[in-house]
Design a protein around this ligand. Structure first.
Ligand code: GLN
Length: 286
């Protein structure tokens, strides 16, 4: 059917993009597992094939753990799970490292944490590669392509046009691409930036907000698991690409991660992780 084939086409396109991007860096991908635990100034001047780690032998990761299906905690658990968690674990394994996640942080603190250094080696959190962010940190090659979704209550009569009005409240996660999209495309609406996605979606359910903007796979997962009274009004085709954030002082780590990602793309591991976590859901067609 049309919907099915468009989903398949999208997936093929996503894989194509990843394959294309990764193809250029597969060859000599360093999978050097040795590292130094030095955190002094020499850490900033890594030599080829070596990188620095906050904790020797461990890839220390930081994320915002409220972004299902990419990274989240199940009720009562402190063990992060999701697409990005599997990707990080697989990268660590291929670099001969163990993988550990720090406690969840607000999304807009992740890039500053990596820039500042000393706490985590990478941030992996469905972070869209952007020029502004790339001024602060380095990104790995893209490992996922995404769009945004405009979410409303199922019985809502709103459209993207009617939402652009002074008396409409449109919520998002602070500092995200959804936040930027509202600013650009619904300039007349009142934007409500919040730290927590579930709280924002709950607010749409109860009528506190008229709409919510978030990454499409996250919308699909949340709407099918918990917010069955909400619907995707529109898919916003931003075609954004997720990258892993690494300090600009640690270019060899970025190279090693890119080598691992290229392997994971060509041996089908990324596809397996995709199949494990991505949720299908109805999205209105144009
Ligand atoms: N991909 C979006 C961004 O980078 C949202 C990420 C998130 O909320 N974890 O802004």
């Amino acid at each position: 059917m049309k919907k099915r084939s468009s989903i398949v086409a999208l997936f093929a396109c996503v894989l194509g993009v990843v394959a294309l991007v990764l193809a250029g860096c597969g060859g000599g991908g360093s999978t050097e597992s040795s590292s130094t635990s030095s955190t002094n100034e020499s850490a900033a001047t890594s030599t080829k094939g070596s990188y620095t780690l906050v904790k020797d032998g461990t890839l220390t990761c930081v994320s915002e753990l409220g972004f299902a299906p990419f990274e989240y905690l199940e009720a009562g658990s402190t063990e992060p799970i999701g697409y990005d968690i599997d990707v990080a674990n697989e990268i660590a394994k291929r670099l001969g490292l163990s993988c550990s996640f720090l406690p969840s942080q607000d999304f807009d603190s992740l890039v500053p944490t990596i820039k500042e250094g000393g706490k985590a080696d990478i941030a992996i959190a469905g972070i869209t590669i952007s020029d502004d962010r790339a001024k602060e940190i380095d990104f790995s090659d893209p490992y996922f392509e995404s769009n945004l979704a405009l979410i409303v209550k199922s019985d809502s009569k709103e459209t993207a046009e009617t939402l652009n009005a002074k008396d409409k409240k449109v919520a998002c996660q602070t500092g995200t691409t959804g936040d930027a999209w509202i600013e650009e495309n619904l300039p007349d609406a009142e934007k409500v930036p919040l730290t927590d996605i579930s709280a924002g979606l709950a607010g749409v359910s109860t009528g506190s907000y008229d709409a919510y903007v978030v990454d499409l796979p996250v919308a699909k997962k949340n709407l099918s698991d918990s917010f069955t009274d909400l619907t995707i009004l529109e898919e916003i085709a931003t075609g954004e690409q997720y990258g892993i954030a690494v300090s600009k002082n640690n270019p060899e780590l970025t190279k090693a991660i890119n080598g691992a990602l290229a392997e994971m793309q060509s041996d089908g591991t990324l596809q397996k992780i995709w199949d494990k976590w991505m949720v299908e859901a109805d999205v209105p067609e144009e």
